[in-house]
Design a protein around this ligand. Sequence first.
Ligand code: BGC
Length: 757
Amino acid sequence: MLKQLLFGAMFTLVVFGGVQAQEKQKTTAIEKKVDELLSKMTLDEKIGQLNQYTSRWEMTGPAPAGSSEQEMLDQIKSGMVGSMLNVTGADATLKAQKLAVENTRLGIPMIFGYDVVHGYKTMFPIPLATASSWDASAAELSAHIAAVETAASGIHWTFAPMVDISRDARWGRVMEGAGEDPYLGSVMSAAQVRGFQGSDLILENTIAACAKHFAAYGFAEAGRDYNTVDISEYTLQNVVLPPFHAAVDAGVATLMNSFNVIGGVPSTSNPHLLRDMLKGAWGFDGFVVSDWNSIGELHNHGVAADLKEAAYLAIKAGSDMDMEGYAYIDHLKELVEEGRIDEALIDDATRRVLRIKYELGLFDDPYKYSKLDEEGLVLSEEHLAAAREVAKKSIVLLKNENHLLPLKKAGQKIAVIGDLADDKDSPLGSWRAQAVTGSAVSLLEGITNVITDNSAVVFERGPVFVSNTPAFQQHLQYNETDPSGIEAAVELAKKMDVVVMALGENCFQTGEGRSQTDISLKGYQQELLEAVYAVNKNVVVVLMNGRPLVIDWMAENVPAIVEAWQLGSEAGNAIADVLFGDYNPAGKLPMSFPRSVGQCPIYYNHFSTGRADDTGTVFWSHYTDESNEPLFPFGYGLSYTSFDYSDLQLSANEISANQKLNVRVTVKNTGDVDGEEVVQLYVHDLYGSIARPVKELKGYKKIFLKAGESQTVTFELDSDDLKFFTAWKVWEAEPGDFNLWVGTNSQTGLKGAFKLK
Ligand code: BGC
């Protein structure tokens, strides 16, 4: 036995050693090629590699001001464009690539980038939904399939994952991230990087990933997109940066700057972030792309008098590629010639870009992606089946009184009510890459697909929700003038056994540039809900939305609420799987739901404040008109079964820095159906050199238990898990007392305690 073990260990060492040696050889070979190429390049050609333009036919930002389409094509031919975004499809990418490769002196291929945030054509749930699965393999799978489809259409690089932590549901971009928690955010970040990039960028089913937006974009004041960020170094290090660090550790090829300032310093020109931390302490050797004209916007922030100064600040700070800013292409040469910047800075940035192009294999075959069989690979049955699986896992059951759910497939009269119920577009979400408009399975279709003959399903729209057909760049117009449809919905509800109501948000209500001060139900949805509920109490609300909403009335009155987010191509089928009990929901909220918008930002891992306890007077930290507690806390989510937690055991009362603490708990499925549970471990570091959060997620396990079954769940903690950025500006675990909870969400759990010596 011992011999076998030793042999096994040696075998692993030899194989692993072999893999490492191969990796090293590959890296050295690439570095050699990069150096050789760089030595042949003129300054103009190097600067060209740092210049990125959008195609003029699809734009994801304000219209470009820099050059006409013809000028852009001429620049590509003369080697002045190293990268393009928004060129999609095997044909278009092939044509554009030929322009660069066949006309330029050195034939350097362009790298094509695109926002593939939750799918290319097969749409997966929005990332906030996928994070609700607490299932890293689901996030990895959705990124992997997105990569397969993206690569098949000639694109080498996605501007994802978006790993911005946010505590404010007013910010429309919360739909793109993993919510409020740095631990869960880091798990999801690394999983997506693995999914997009696979084991090697050279493979044709992988693409380069881009962790964005570096950094702190999710802390925009009052949740208003592009607004000022003013957070401490403490919050930056302990809350904002961990998911970026996780992406870098997972080997992410690129990062993108954020638009915001932090403490007055724009992230795009922040040497502390880019040079000291990212490229210094973290050892990142990929490249940093600006956000859309974020170098140009240095002028608007008031730190650069003109575009030339903006170019100077950005390249000095460590921004390598200029997206749609025209700053580098217009001014870097001049800055070098004037001696204001050293050509070595340009060399470093160019080297980083070339390195990724080599890693992608673009020098071996610049057209290798564009040659793939796009049609055979995108929207395959296998991809749609995977989208349905991930979508099911992303659903969170928020309320289920008297076991109203699951519904019966036979012998029921079901009213389906709400404009979103037959909406085949909103489930695709706001960042939807090349999804075909209106291609999602609607909730109504999903329900109709599963009910059996002797059931009846009747649909009533109710009032129309939005009165224009929104496009990506347009403002929505909610219907606030025409309530017609409420009466018909009420008449239907009176006659039916149960009412399924689809309520929430249009897909273009969240996403970039879509911040709101009011995050309750828009249009006539609240009126519709109250009118229907008045005549039929058996209401199941299916929420379809891209952010936590204020749904206090609904939570108080309606017996069943299913949080279905925007679930992608297979949305309706996945929701029906849950509604009719083919799948027992197990999702947990990655963001707190506020009771009122006035509580925003609201998050579970807050500090205690000096006046946390209700003193019976007004002099404690509270609102006089609202509780401090969220409506639904972080980590919350129900199941069709119930779980009992017992017998929490810690292996020691005290551990030293190099010791492990084992935490054990027994979890029992006490209901009569099988189900999954996310067992969550939180700690509270009682006293620190700076204030510590009242709770912090430190681990979780998603387990499956048959009805009646028990399992002992174990966690291991050590001092590395307890490290934080201290008052002394180092990452350290400070000795002292800790509380610990293991439970079903961030508010409840069995409590233990230990000491770190
Ligand atoms: C967004 C980025 C996106 C870029 C390119 C910007 O406006 O902030 O997230 O990747 O546009 O579309």
